[in-house]
Design a protein around this ligand. Structure first.
Ligand SMILES: O=P(O)(O)OC[C@H]1O[C@@H](O)[C@H](O)[C@@H](O)[C@@H]1O
Length: 551
């Protein structure tokens, strides 16, 4: 445990509160730029990705910060014990103390084969053995050497998993679609709503479909139920249990449940309990991605994340890109009262990125209890949301520009498009919006300008934009596997930084348990056709469902 309980007991927190009083009255971003021609240089950082030689430019200069702010935020990180907690994570210490586990997803992308141990035992060989298995298997499936039970090549992959066993694989395979094998059809089935599996099966042929049952615990009700439905569907045609080996593989930590389900141990891709669900796309859970984009690209994805890990581990805090991102988030949440964090990728392939980040951020830092068991005296994890732009501009950006809420926003753009159609015209239009949005949010539009344009007097307030809305712009060279890996790792370490300052355990997720338990109890009542003891609303709703939902 660190030497403090509540973050607001730290000296730097008090100093930040005092600093906030003056800064919040004074800061007008456009004026700060006018006053300081070096502002961009001071507050932007370039990440050099050793994995593929690409760069990612992080421009933090359109945020509410001065050099004093950054110094105080860095002091806050130091006083909160960020360096120790980070080093403990990289040393395989059990920093997820509520579950007695190490937090070691960084060991899954240890492409430099650095020594990494848990309980004094190296994990490097085990990680590499699974990667080798993934390589061999993905090459066999992609080449057609791996055949279905009737001797046909696999052309459809159905990943059955939920939460971290779904969001990472689906987001990454969408984001890296340009690297995908278009002869492979991918389906991701997560929801217990029968529609999800039914639609995937309608589109699949049992002779050419491979099911990946992705579940860390292999006890998640949705996944086990969907997997059993898939197995029944498959056996209806295949008839013979021995055919399962060619069409079902498991990505899991739970060998006994996997074999009970009927999947052969040799078709199981294991990982360890020190991989949290929301950090598991780097593990065997990423097999669907590996099958789709091929092992070399998957390895590059890991290497890009590893490069960001090294940056996080070795760079002084003031230059440390994810640390700055995390500290800014604390700054907005706890001193400016921001409730949200918007992430808008200007990239259609990245359309599931905000959904992925929702789990990463909100399952990690949606906590209110400090590491020593007290209720926090301040606000913690923001509500993360987002949609790809430019679509988002034409729906909810109105609230960003003229609403009453402060919404710190990240904009992400790759300079080079994978589809430079019409002589790159679309890309130039996309980029022009990326620049225009952050500029407009900062500059606003004063009433004098609206007036000068000849707007009728009564419309002037409606057409005025106050501006001074903070944004972080992230400019990637090209969204390669290595760039995406680094970008995800950036958000992971940003989330880590927030959780450390707030002194909460970012690595458990007890909050999802209660609803699951109650659902099991109510399922029994639905099977019996009668509501049990509940509050008036819940019983009436159950009765209404039973009356209306009879088959
Ligand atoms: O991979 P599993 O064990 O099926 O779990 C899936 C998800 O289950 C949820 O209940 C957890 O909150 C997530 O963190 C997890 O990713």
């Amino acid at each position: 445990m660190p030497g403090f309980s509540q973050a607001n007991e730290l000296k730097s927190w008090t100093e930040l509160a005092t600093h906030h009083k003056t800064l919040s009255k004074d800061i007008v971003l456009k004026e700060y730029f006018a006053k300081d021609p070096q502002r961009f240089e001071k507050f932007s950082r370039v990440f050099k990705n050793e994995a593929d030689g690409g760069e990612i430019l992080f421009d933090f200069s359109k945020n509410f910060l001065t050099e004093e702010t950054l110094d105080l935020l860095v002091k806050l990180a130091e006083e909160s014990g960020l360096e120790k907690l980070r080093n403990d994570m990289f040393a395989g210490e059990k920093i997820n103390f509520t579950e007695g586990r190490a937090v070691y997803h960084v060991a899954l992308r240890n492409t430099s084969n650095t020594k990494m141990e848990v309980d004094g035992k190296s994990v490097v060989d085990d990680v590499n053995a699974v990667l080798e298995h993934m390589k061999e298997f993905s090459e066999q499936v992609r080449s057609g050497e791996w055949k279905g039970y009737t001797g046909k090549k696999i052309n459809t992959i159905v990943n059955i998993g939920i939460g971290g066993s779904d969001l990472g694989p689906v987001m990454v395979s969408e984001a890296l679609k340009p690297y995908g094998d278009r002869n492979l059809k991918l389906h991701f089935v997560s929801n217990i709503d029968g529609t999800h599996i039914a639609e995937a099966l309608k589109d699949s042929d049992p002779e050419t479909t491979l099911f990946l049952v992705a579940s860390k615990t292999f006890t998640t009700a949705e996944t086990v139920t969907n997997a059993n439905t898939a197995k029944t569907w498959f056996l209806k045609t295949a008839k013979d249990d021995s055919a399962i080996a060619k069409h079902f593989v498991a990505l899991s930590t739970n060998e006994s449940e996997v074999t009970k389900f009927g999947i052969d141990k040799k078709n199981m891709f294991p990982f360890s309990d020190w991989v949290g669900g929301r950090y598991s796309v780097w593990s065997a859970i990423g097999l669907s991605v590996c099958l789709y984009i091929g092992y070399e690209n998957f390895y590059q994805f890991l290497a890009g994340a590893h490069a960001m890990d090294q940056h996080f581990l070795k760079t002084p805090l003031k230059e440390n890109i994810p640390v700055i991102g995390g500290l800014l988030s604390v700054w907005y949440s706890d001193f400016f009262g921001a409730q949200t964090h918007l992430v808008a990728p200007f990239d259609q392939y990245m359309h599931r990125f905000p959904a992925y980040l929702q789990q990463l951020s909100m399952e990690s830092n949606g906590k209110a209890i400090t590491r020593d068991g007290k209720y926090v005296n301040y606000t913690t994890g923001p509500i993360l949301f987002g949609e790809p732009a430019t679509n988002a501009q034409h729906s909810f950006f109105q609230l960003l520009h003229q609403g009453t809420k402060l919404i710190p926003t990240d904009f992400i753009l790759a300079a080079k498009s994978h589809n430079p159609v019409e002589g790159n015209k679309h890309q130039r239009m996309l980029a022009s919006n990326f620049f225009a949005q952050s500029e407009a949010l900062m500059l606003g539009k004063p009433d004098s300008e609206v007036k000068a344009e000849g707007a009728p007097e009564e419309l002037i307030p409606h057409k005025t934009f106050l501006g001074n809305r903070p944004t972080t712009s992230i400019l990637v060279d090209k969204m390669t596997p290595a760039a995406l890996g680094a970008l995800i790792a950036y958000y992971e370490h940003l989330t880590f930084t927030e959780g450390c300052v707030w002194n909460i355990n970012s690595f458990d997720q007890w909050g999802v348990e209660l609803g699951k338990k109650l659902a099991v109890k109510i399922l029994g009542e639905l099977d019996d056709g009668k509501a049990g003891e509940h509050d008036g609303s819940t019983s009436s709703l159950i009765e209404a469902f039973l009356a209306r939902g009879k088959l």
